[in-house]
Design a protein around this ligand. Structure first.
Ligand code: ADP
Length: 580
């Protein structure tokens, strides 16, 4: 039972822990996603500002170059004299120093006359020189779409000598370098010009399109792409779909204070998800370790409990065995004791009998001697024909024989074994029979006998003859005790208490000596009237039936004797009936 409760508790503990783990996971997922998304957004914003600044920096840095070169005396003299030999070298060193794509010099006719690149084709009309006339003294920024996805960003400035345009210098700004620099699997960046046309982008497909148009573009799914899609996330992230699918991307717009350009950056939430997942994985790992440790601990505990229980039950079993052995030994001893007791009782009786025999032979010798005398007297009286006297002598002899037979009867019944004649008997019957036997004596002595026997039967186990013998003996003693009383009364009461109690009380003089009362041959009566065996035999008979015989004096007058015997109740009764 204890083990079952323990197991239940352990299950609850593990279940509770897993539940707590799940709740923590759900909460930390929510919290971390929020947190990381926020950080990612801030980071994207910062990055976008940095990217815009980089573009502005590059444009500003390059803007000064055409102005400086337009003032360059070497270039001016070159254009005036039509000698460009060293100018190309000068342009090349400028371009590499400042980080421009290309520096080109055109004459007033629009012919390319020098370039920072070693190989260049002459006579490429870059711009209509007449266009420049209106803004003679300023630098113009120009975006030129070379093909569908390629743009060129240039600064253009006329070179003026004495108020006359003698040529112009063109600086190509290297903005495409940023496309390469910003390309990442988690981010796409685009810059649109004042018209909303994408001019710079990490996604080549967007370039040349209007922003809204570009964002609607879908990556055509080729078989190869699909295969890669299945093969790994990395490639999937590189596709446009992922960047723009619903909530999966985060858009940040930053305006570039330059020609009203606009920079838009698209960051993937995937990085957020990945970071959250990493944190969750660590949490799950920690929980798993704790749960494993918990299981280990519980298992250890259960094991030690089982061992302890096993030990306990082994001990109990051993103890049980020991007890069984002891019980069987005790049973044997009890059986032996019973046998010993029986034989002891028997030998005690025999011992008493021995004692009695001595007394009895003494007791019998007296009447025998008297009988002999009476017999001789009767013989003599018959001889003298005094028949009447002779008959009275014979009567005396008869009395003596009667007395002797009583003594022998008592001894005979005492020598019998207890269990020989045990039957169920109603004590009321015992009383009735005893009174019937004593009827003559009672009538003779004019004694009042009060019987309080009740209406229910009072069943006990015993030999009816012997119980009657006890009762007769007690009644006779009472008769002797009250014979000198004026109003002799004997009361016989039957009570049912824990045991059956048969009480015989009289209004005689009471008992003189309690100590010797039950001893054999104790008598206060004259020789010939009492043997002193009655109470001793009665007591031993009652003891044989598991009861006891007690005596006390009444507070008013007389003696009270009580026979107490085990009551035969219904349950004992049925057992007995079965045995019988
Ligand atoms: P017995 O009757 O032959 O003397 P018992 O053993 O029956 O032998 O009685 C022993 C003695 O106990 C009696 O002699 C008497 O002194 C005393 N005794 C017995 N019954 C009574 C009684 N009802 N009242 C007073 N004394 C009694």
């Amino acid at each position: 039972m204890y083990l079952i409760i323990e197991q239940h508790k352990q299950k609850l503990l593990v279940f509770g822990f897993i539940l707590i783990g799940l709740i923590v996971l759900i909460f930390s997922n929510f919290f971390l996603t929020e947190r990381f998304a926020e950080t990612t957004k801030t980071q994207s914003q910062l990055r976008a500002v940095r990217q815009a600044n980089a573009i502005i920096g590059e444009l500003k840095r390059s803007q000064i170059v055409p102005f400086l070169l337009s003032q360059d005396p070497m270039i001016i003299s070159g254009l005036l004299t039509d000698k460009y030999k060293k100018i190309s070298e000068r342009l090349a060193s400028f371009a590499s120093e400042i980080g421009l794509s290309e520096l080109r010099l055109f004459d007033s006719g629009g012919n390319l006359v020098a370039s920072s690149k070693v190989t260049f084709t002459k006579k490429v009309v870059m711009i209509d020189p007449h266009q420049l006339k209106s803004d003679n003294e300023s630098t113009i920024f120009k975006i030129e779409q070379q093909n569908k996805e390629s743009f060129k960003f240039s600064y253009l400035r006329p070179i003026v000598d004495r108020g006359k345009s003698i040529g112009y210098i063109v600086a190509d700004v290297n903005l495409t370098q940023f496309e390469e620099r910003w390309r990442s699997p988690f981010e796409a960046v685009l810059i649109a010009d004042a018209n909303g046309q994408v001019v710079i982008s990490t996604e080549q497909r967007w370039k040349g399109k209007n922003i809204s148009e570009a964002l609607l573009l879908k990556e055509p799914k080729t078989a190869l792409n699909r295969a890669f899609h299945l093969a790994g996330e990395y490639l999937e992230l590189n596709t446009l779909n992922n960047f723009l699918d619903g909530q999966a991307v985060m858009r940040v717009d930053v305006s570039i204070p330059y020609n009203s350009w606009e920079l838009s950056s698209f960051s993937s939430y995937k990085s957020v998800r990945e970071r959250v997942n990493a944190a969750l994985a660590i949490e799950i790992m920690i929980f798993s370790i704790i749960v494993a440790l918990l299981f280990y601990g519980l298992n250890r505990r259960a094991q030690s409990q089982t061992i302890a229980l096993k030990k306990e039950s082994d001990e109990l079993r051993a103890l049980n065995l020991l007890l069984k052995n002891e019980v069987s030994i005790r049973k044997k001893v009890e059986q032996n004791l019973e046998v010993v007791e029986q034989s002891l009782i028997q030998s005690q009786k025999l011992a008493v009998l021995g004692e009695m025999s001595a007394a009895v032979s003494h007791e019998l010798n007296q009447p025998l001697a008297a009988m002999k005398t009476y017999l001789a007297a009767a013989k003599l009286l018959f001889d003298r024909r005094r028949t009447q006297e002779a008959l009275s002598s014979l009567q005396r002899i008869d009395d003596l024989i009667e007395r002797m037979s009583v003594i022998t009867k008592q001894l005979k019944s005492h020598a019998r074994k207890v269990s020989d004649s045990m039957v169920k008997i109603d004590l009321r019957e015992v009383v009735a029979n005893s009174i019937a036997i004593m009827e003559l004596n009672l009538k003779q002595d004019l004694i009042t006998i009060q019987l309080n026997l009740g209406k229910t039967e009072v069943m006990v186990l015993g030999d009816p003859i012997r119980l009657e013998q006890v009762l007769i003996n007690l009644i006779r003693n009472s008769l002797d005790a009250v014979k000198d009383e004026e109003k002799p009364v004997i009361v016989i009461t039957l009570l049912i208490q824990e045991n059956a109690i048969l009480r015989i009380s009289d209004n005689g003089n009471g008992i003189e000596d309690f100590e010797s009362l039950f001893e054999p041959f104790y008598t206060t009566k004259d020789a010939g009237d009492g043997l002193g065996l009655g109470l001793s035999i009665s007591s031993s008979i009652i003891t044989d039936y598991g009861g006891r015989l007690t005596a006390r004096n009444s507070e008013v007058k007389g003696a009270i004797f009580e026979i107490e015997l085990p009551l035969l109740r219904d349950d004992n009764f049925s057992i007995l009936t079965k045995d019988n």
